[in-house]
Design a protein around this ligand. Sequence first.
Ligand code: DGY
Length: 311
Amino acid sequence: MSNLPRVLADLPVSADVTELCAGRVELVPWTGNTHGVVGIYTYGHPTVDAALLDALPAVQVISNNGVGVDHIDVAAAAARNVPVGNTPGVLNGATADLAFALLLAAGRRLVEGDRYARGPDFHRFDPSFMLGREGHGSTLGVVGMGRIGEQVAKRARGFGMTVLYCNRRRNEAAEVALGATFAPLDDLLERSDYVVLTVPLTAQTRGMIGRAELARMKPTASLINVARGAVVDVAALTDALRGRRIHAAALDVTDPEPLPRDHPILALPNVIITPHLGSATVETRRRMAEVSIDNLMLGLAGKALLHPVQP
Ligand code: DGY
């Protein structure tokens, strides 16, 4: 047994995290002997609740390898004077890139086309076949104009898109810098060709895209979710896609995640599902490892975190 500070972690972690922890902390498996644990490192999305914190009274910091902290009871941590750190900033570009890739793939039916081109039915080019929806010149609705939403809007400008957004409060900086126009959610849904969700999962955003909201979308529009699965009512989305009420959806996140293998949405041709890849690039995951381990070490030293999450 080492003399290093013991930190509970949902192992295995990446080679980057392992390297950054070497000689500094001992990572203790979630289900192992938690005696003397002084920190918690959440690598995937394990639940950190009041009961866990009560079972680990010596914990001085919770560091999350990611920006979304909906799996952590931040209020319970604050009540116990335990700071929670996350990794905002470093993953905006990668997540916005993925949102844009999904947007274009949904509009232009790329995954469906790929499946077809590999299959036995592709015999000849047919100009009337598999027509999609244009990205350039279309209207984009960004739901959640935070750091990731801004990056999505920035990319949209290059495609000559009109950008609408809704947010808890007006983002005047985005209006000036990105030409984005504020619109209430209902209005945004009715006018957008692509609706991209980039909100955090909170009590306010849980289930915010349900049957009524999907019914407001244009039949030619696509829904892209790079936020959290529970922002969308998946049963309502399944019905909307099956009934061709909307053109397509592209989901990097689902609720639950993963979906049961026999979930009806998985059989639909007009949905693309990726396994939570928003920030999954070599460069971004390295930066997330660095920031999250910096947060961890600062918390263990009793210092202010680089990125503390406010309860
Ligand atoms: C995030 O940063 O929230 C990603 O979803 C990975 O956890």
